[in-house]
Design a protein around this ligand. Structure first.
Ligand code: ZN
Length: 194
């Protein structure tokens, strides 16, 4: 048995003394080592996390529980001060996960925010003439024109045919587009409006 295991208290005292006296040097050397061995350290940390995964998850869970209020507060502050950044990230994510996002909107977001959406729509109808025209054109077209048996005028597909209004002033002048061509057209229109 080594002496430091035999006299742990003594060892700790000596170590603490040494550390205190050489603090700057130790911290400088540590910094140098970390700067030189970034990949090695990253790999070591990764291995450590992998090996102790379950332990770390439990540890983190306990930590989060104990610091709940503090973490919530920090998160809230972060969200408030990084609004634009978060919005951009969310948009990038949604763009990458379009289908997933659509399902999320349909299954989760819309049902949950039904009332708010209704109120917002009513408000838009009252205040936004363009929106009113769009809704009117859609309703009129839906009542009058069927998509049965139609194919996409762009790509010929018969998958999920929708009606596209090139001009909302002409509610019955519609172009038949498949779902994907319609989204593309909407994107083009959106870009043109910017
Ligand atoms: Zn198409």
């Amino acid at each position: 048995m080594e002496w430091k295991e035999k006299y742990p208290k003594k060892y700790k005292e000596m170590y603490t003394k040494y550390y205190r006296e050489h603090k700057d040097e130790i911290s400088r050397k540590g910094k140098e080592y970390r700067a030189k061995n970034k990949d090695k350290i990253r790999e070591r940390d990764r291995k450590y996390r992998e090996k102790h995964r379950d332990k770390l998850i439990i540890k983190k869970r306990i930590y989060n529980k104990e610091h709940k209020d503090e973490i919530n507060k920090k998160n809230r502050e972060y969200r408030l001060t990084h609004k634009e950044e978060i919005k951009k990230l969310q948009q990038q994510y949604n763009q990458k996960n379009k289908e997933k996002h659509r399902i999320y909107l349909r299954e989760v977001y819309y049902p949950k925010h039904k009332e708010q959406i209704k109120i917002r729509r009513r408000e838009l109808l009252r205040t936004n003439a363009e929106y009113k025209k769009k809704i009117y054109a859609r309703t009129k077209a839906n009542k009058t024109i069927s998509t049965d048996g139609k194919c996409c005028e762009r790509c010929g597909s018969s998958d999920r045919i929708e009606k596209h209004h090139p001009n909302y002033d002409a509610p019955l002048d519609v172009e038949f587009l498949c779902f994907s061509c319609h989204r593309e057209q909407d994107q083009t229109d959106r870009m043109a409006r910017l």
